[in-house]
Design a binder for this molecule. Structure first.
Ligand code: BGC
Ligand code: BGC
Length: 833
């Protein structure tokens, strides 16, 4: 109440910190008699709740901030509000510019090696920290602060404990467990010398087609609200106690403020059309508890709210967050997201700072952004008071986090104790989380729990695949292309089953393709989505794997053979899996459990004495769809008609029977939405195949379905090209900086007689070598990193021809799929002749 009253009187000057900065010195709220403060009843709909943070106002700290600010040069102040990425800045440059912070994005790692050992991370943290420490400071040194996305454990680092992604944690309905997960995550981060976590994600996910659905705890604000404060306290320690930002703790970030989970169509970085009340009460639900718990950073969302980019919205960043809710920490931007504000570029955006952003995330754009921001402060385009407020907030966070006294990263408690990274104790917390996150959707005839004495066949491409069970934001940004060897100390789902069965004296067999010699008593089939992150995971529908039904064939085979079957489904969201549900007796939604696959066996199997040691406990925190089209479906909707409602989840004692479900698929998606230019035989509306030149013929052929591929024959009569085109060029610049590739599924039917080029627009890469070494008649995938095209001169902002294949020689080539996606690249096509 007091905070609310002060807010009204003094507007922006609500925090003790701000007042010490001079701008508000004339409003001493403590001396204002309560009686003269008008009560605000009823609250205006666009007012956000006043929140009383458990981090007490600290006049001594505010004074220290003012002193520090007084000693800083203008350049040093600007340096504090820019955060470059380690992939694009050297320690020497950090020292030269005296930046306040650095980050390691999902694809950034020591020496560019994503698999660098933990000790190297700590060494690098020290190197940057020391460079900054030895910089020529005008006044007192300002310590550097390093941020990272430890969004399901410190999963960037090989050997760390990887927790279930938030969608699974939401299903545990166990916020106290979340706090322990935060504690472990913080400890593992401190071991590697990193101060600041870009977590938790507080998105309230309203459209599961969104590629970041799994980063959210729930579609429902109540669940997000219950987890938000606990995760903050786990990472930072409890405010008001000595553990707060003490040894073994890190700074937390509530993200992405606000409305990230509400974009129309589930489009990443899109536009949220929610009303002001929905924005506050649904999408904003996690922020009051996070702020109350003392969260020190909030990350602004890439997305827009009713057409306005959050990065340019003073109504949201300043009024709602800082004024109404009284947030006194720092607001960090997202990855070059300021560049999307109208009138801004990645390298110039006074609008964002003026709207209330305190720190630009400027991974590769920092140099010019620094120069421009400095000039904008000098010219008055950014008011000095705003800069001082931003820097003051950053300094206050660093002071609260003890960074002025903690010393170099390696000098801190726990630092370098790499044996604690992924320790048995930490993994036990993750395994408990896995057990609690599993949701039993179907258990006809009570097939589960299984007896470990049975002859169990474990099949499916997810059975022994730790990368797949971990999802995005794992070792790399997309989490793709990993093998079990990249996860020392981790356990696949298969390994967990095998160990449990062995210890009970039984026998389990792994057979990814489901083949067997002796007919098993029961089969467990583990399958699901391939890893993805952010916009790469946006989907046009919720049908699981529309283009490839191998897993379904496997389920059918077992059914036909009369083998009772359990499906364990790995996914970042609920999906339409009616055909799969129909084929099996039991179906477990396991979401993305992370490194402790053994948690699955803990629940699926009876123990060695035949007892149920762990019943299912998970409840859906997302409604499970009855329809495949992916239309938004959330608890409380009018006409709410899910297949399995929010809160659903069977227990072993339940006798619920799931009867046969309708299997009508949605009409095939024309592509485009998933970065698909050609797939299932069709192109997005407005796109077409075309040819130029003489002596090139095109025919249709069947690969997986009728006429789902094209065959091109070049006779060598002249230079000729086959290409995909559109009249409305698309912008692929984000995909280009995001390490994505152009993927072409092809089959060589006759080898090329001369040079062959693959071009995007007119930027081309030679591919004859690849085609010549490909076996005749076999389907393969060619992956060309988009940066290769950029290097060849592509203007990624306007792509009208995403793929063109041309040769003057002879060649016969079939193509079934053309898309932009993440890929493991084994061949350096950029350099190849
Ligand atoms: C994501 C953020 C993340 C940041 C740094 C962005 O693309 O949206 O969630 O914290 O990158 O990796
Ligand atoms: C970075 C991520 C970032 C993404 C955004 C990637 O290269 O590693 O951290 O979120 O780009 O485009």
């Amino acid at each position: 109440m007091a905070a609310r009253a002060r807010t009204n009187m003094a507007g922006l000057c609500s925090t003790a910190l701000f007042m010490t900065l001079g701008a508000c010195a004339t409003t001493p709220p403590a001396q204002v008699p309560q009686a003269v403060v008008p009560a605000i009843t009823p609250p205006q709909p666009d007012r956000w709740p006043a929140v009383q943070s458990r981090v007490a106002d600290d006049p001594a700290l505010a004074l220290r901030v003012r002193e520090l600010l007084g000693g800083m040069s203008l350049e040093e102040k600007v340096g504090q509000i820019i955060q470059p990425d380690i992939a694009s800045i050297t320690p020497a440059e950090v020292a030269q510019y005296k930046f306040g912070s650095i980050l390691a994005g999902g694809n950034s790692a020591p020496g560019g090696n994503e698999k660098a050992p933990a000790a190297e991370w700590l060494k690098l943290a020290d190197t940057y920290w020391k460079a900054s420490d030895q910089a020529r400071w005008n006044g007192p040194k300002i310590p550097l602060m390093w941020g990272i996305d430890a969004v399901h454990g410190h999963a960037n680092v090989v050997g760390a404990t990887i927790f279930p992604q938030n969608i699974g944690l939401g299903a545990t309905r166990d916020p106290a467990l979340m706090r322990r997960i935060g504690e472990v995550t913080a400890r593992e981060m401190v071991i590697t010398g990193i101060d600041w976590d870009f977590s938790p994600t507080l998105a309230v996910v309203r459209d599961d087609r969104w590629g970041r659905a799994y980063e959210g705890f729930s579609e429902d604000p109540s669940v997000v609200r219950s987890f938000a404060g606990e995760m903050v306290q786990g990472l930072q320690g409890r405010a008001g106690t000595p553990e707060f930002l003490g040894a073994g703790r890190v700074i937390a970030t509530a993200k992405h403020f606000v409305g990230d989970g509400g974009t129309a169509g589930g489009k990443d970085q899109g536009d949220t059309l929610a009303s002001p009340e929905e924005l506050r009460d649904i999408h904003g639900a996690g922020y009051p508890p996070a702020i109350e718990a003392g969260v020190q950073a909030v990350m602004a969302s890439f997305s827009s709210v009713r057409g306005e980019k959050v990065h340019g919205s003073s109504a949201l960043l300043t009024d709602a967050l800082k004024r109404d809710m009284g947030f006194s920490g720092l607001v960090v931007g997202d990855w070059n997201a300021h560049g999307q504000v109208p009138g801004c570029t990645n390298t110039s955006c006074p609008q964002s700072i003026n709207a209330g952003l305190d720190m630009f995330m400027a991974p590769d754009s920092w140099k010019e952004l620094y120069a421009n921001t400095l000039a904008q402060v000098r010219s008055g385009a950014i008011p000095m008071a705003r800069l001082d407020d931003a820097v003051g907030r950053i300094l206050a966070v660093k002071l609260r986090a003890g960074l002025f006294s903690k010393g170099a990263p390696s000098a801190r408690l726990l630092a370098g104790q790499v044996e604690q990274l992924g320790s048995a104790q930490h993994r036990a917390v993750a395994r408990e989380a896995v057990r609690k996150s599993l949701v039993l959707l179907k258990n006809n005839g009570n097939l589960l729990p299984l007896s470990p004495g049975a002859n169990i066949l474990v099949a499916g491409d997810g059975a022994d695949n730790i990368g797949k069970q971990s999802g995005g934001w794992t070792i790399s940004w997309q989490g793709s292309g990993l093998t079990n060897a990249d996860f020392p100390g981790a356990t696949s789902i298969w390994k967990g089953i095998d160990a449990a069965v062995r210890s009970a004296g039984g026998r389990a067999t792994l057979s990814a393709d489901g083949s067997y010699k002796r007919k098993p008593d029961v089969a467990i089939v583990v399958f699901g989505e391939e890893p993805y992150a952010e916009f790469v995971g946006d989907r046009a529908t919720l049908e699981f794997s529309p283009g490839d039904k191998t897993h379904l064939d496997l389920l059918r085979k077992f059914k036909a053979a009369g083998i009772p079957t359990v499906a364990v489904f790995l996914s970042g969201r609920p999906m339409w899996v009616n055909p799969e549900l129909n084929m099996v007796d039991a179906f477990v939604a396991a979401f993305l459990p992370g490194s402790e696959g053994a948690g699955v066996a803990d629940v699926l199997l009876r123990d060695a004495r035949g007892q149920v040691a762990h019943d299912f406990q998970g409840k859906l925190s997302f409604s499970w769809p009855k329809r495949a089209d992916g239309a938004p479906l959330n608890r409380g909707d009018e006409g709410y008609d899910p297949l399995f409602p929010f809160d659903y989840g069977l227990r072993y004692a339940d006798r619920t029977v799931v009867s046969a479900l309708a299997e009508d698929r949605p009409p095939p998606v024309p592509g485009g939405a998933d970065g698909v230019f050609f797939g299932r035989g069709s192109l997005p509306p407005g796109w077409s195949w075309a040819t130029s030149g003489q002596g090139l013929t095109v025919s249709s052929l069947d690969r997986r379905a009728q006429e789902d591929a094209r065959r091109f024959r070049w006779t060598g009569a002249s230079e000729a090209q086959a290409f995909i085109q559109t009249a409305a060029p698309i912008d692929l610049s984000r995909e280009t900086t995001g390490e994505l590739s152009l993927l072409v599924d092809y089959r060589v039917d006759e080898r090329p007689s001369g040079a062959v080029n693959l071009a995007m627009n007119t930027a081309s890469v030679p591919i004859a070598g690849v085609l010549r070494s490909a076996p005749i008649g076999q389907w393969r995938t060619l992956a060309v990193p988009l940066r290769c095209f950029a290097r060849a001169g592509l203007d990624a902002k306007a792509v009208a021809v995403p793929a063109a294949i041309g040769t003057a020689g002879r060649l016969s080539l079939s193509i079934s799929d053309v898309r932009v996606a993440s890929a493991m690249i084994n061949q350096d096509l950029c350099g190849q002749k």
